[in-house]
Design a protein around this ligand. Structure first.
Ligand code: DOR
Ligand code: ZN
Ligand code: ZN
Length: 417
């Protein structure tokens, strides 16, 4: 198969060229003879890689399952996703890891890489069977949804993880400071009467994980950074050589806590959407390399979990189908990143951090590709989502960048209807 006349996004810039795909691999790049998929006016990105999603299977299939989540992923341009372990049962052993790997293969849409829990049952008491999970296909460890409260246990986890070549992905939240807070502490928390959570609740654990990584000379990855002060902690740690990497999500660089004034529970997410100062710092962190990745933290919920009063609603945003367009619109059209830099944040860096295949368009690489029309303007409508989770705070928003095709190992897994 040949992809013709596309603007192809490479690490060092965008070039108009053709791609030949053979046996699922990119075989040739350059002006090619013969018929092919005409991509005139379209842009080819390396298949997007989301290192932080929740697919909810096993256990919460009412919210999402591996099939619906995979379908949402390829519709969003993702060829590979890493799924968090807060399932039921928790993904804390090789049986659940194998189940996810096998089920994803049966579904056969995108590559699904499970993330194992750090502790048994995510209870924060005993380390999970890290080696067995790695052998079954786990690509990282995380307690996502919570923080490992015991610092000593977290230190042990980082050491064991490193022995097995895995990284810990840290959800940073001191629950004694959050203390039931559901939104960012500030003007809009006061205005709405919703209980606020201060930045320090996130920053203290970011600082703790950095201290551990520095003292132990081990890597650590910080999940969904939302505060200006968290960005600064990571920037300073990187400057002195700490092996810290970090991610953020579209809602943190697109929205501010002003949106909670609507009392729309689709704006409820953990960590919370913060203030303009934070939003700008997150963009600057992406621009200057402090923040390595854009992830969705795709957290689909059922209507029953969201259609309740704000304090009681579930935390989370269904993000796979909006992430590329929001990121492209906000960051590339907004002038903070080039298309190549966006591809880095959404593909190359996640691959590098977790040691995954893919992440670049190169001869010999798997033909994991995403083809988009960057000039197409469209309006986000959750009724169009194929994810079971329709929970988005972006309904009605106009964005640029429409995914037209997603190819995994050279096969078209999504084609816009
Ligand atoms: O908003 C969130 N939703 N944050 C988390 O940490 C967990 C996630 C979920 O699983 O719903
Ligand atoms: Zn989290
Ligand atoms: Zn998460």
């Amino acid at each position: 198969m040949i992809i013709k006349n596309a603007d192809v996004v490479f690490a060092d810039g965008v070039k108009k060229t053709d791609l030949r795909i053979e046996n699922g691999v990119i075989a040739e790049i350059g002006k090619l003879a013969g018929e092919g998929l005409d991509c005139t006016g379209l842009t080819v990105f390396p298949g997007l890689i989301d290192m932080h999603v929740h697919l909810r299977e096993p256990g919460f299939e009412k919210k999402e399952n591996i099939e619906s989540g995979s379908r949402a992923a390829v519709k969003g341009g993702f060829t590979q996703v890493c799924c968090m372990p807060n399932t039921k049962p928790v993904t804390d052993n090789k049986v659940v890891v194998s189940y996810i790997v096998n089920r994803a293969k049966e579904v056969g849409l995108c590559k699904v890489r499970p993330i194992g829990a750090i502790t048994e049952g995510q209870e924060g008491k005993n380390l999970a069977a890290i080696g067995a999970m790695k052998a079954a296909g786990a690509v990282a460890l995380s307690e996502d949804g919570k923080t490992v409260v015991s610092t000593g246990l977290m230190a042990n986890a980082m050491m064991y993880a490193a022995d097995f070549g895995l990284k810990c992905l840290c959800h940073c939240e001191d629950s004694s400071l959050v203390d039931g807070g559901v939104v960012n502490e500030g003007y809009y928390a006061t205005l709405t009467g919703l209980k606020g959570s201060i930045r320090a609740a996130e920053d203290i654990i970011i600082a703790r994980e950095i201290c551990l990584a520095e003292s132990l000379s081990l890597p650590v990855h910080i999940c969904h950074v939302s505060t200006y002060s968290g960005v600064q902690l990571i920037r300073e740690a990187k400057a002195r050589g700490v092996q810290v990497t970090a991610e953020t999500c579209p809602h943190y660089f697109t929205l501010t806590d002003e949106v909670i004034a609507s009392f729309d529970t689709n704006t409820k997410v953990n960590p919370p959407i913060r203030a303009e100062k934070d939003r700008l710092a997150v963009i600057e962190g992406l621009r200057d390399g402090t923040l390595d990745c854009i992830v969705t933290d795709h957290a689909p919920h059922h209507e029953d979990d969201k259609n309740v009063e704000y304090a009681l609603a579930a935390f989370g945003i269904s993000g796979l189908e909006t992430s590329f367009a929001l990121s492209y619109t906000q960051l590339v059209r907004g002038g903070a990143l080039t298309p190549s830099e966006l591809a880095c944040k959404m593909s190359a860096n996640p691959a590098r951090i977790l040691g995954l295949e893919g992440g670049a368009i190169a001869v010999g690489a798997p033909a994991d590709l995403m083809v988009a029309d960057l000039n197409e303007k469209w309006t986000i409508d959750p009724a169009d989502f194929v994810s079971k989770g329709k929970n988005t705070p972006f309904a009605g928003r106009e964005v640029y960048g429409r995914v037209k095709y997603t190819l995994v190992d050279g096969e078209i897994k999504y084609r816009e209807a």
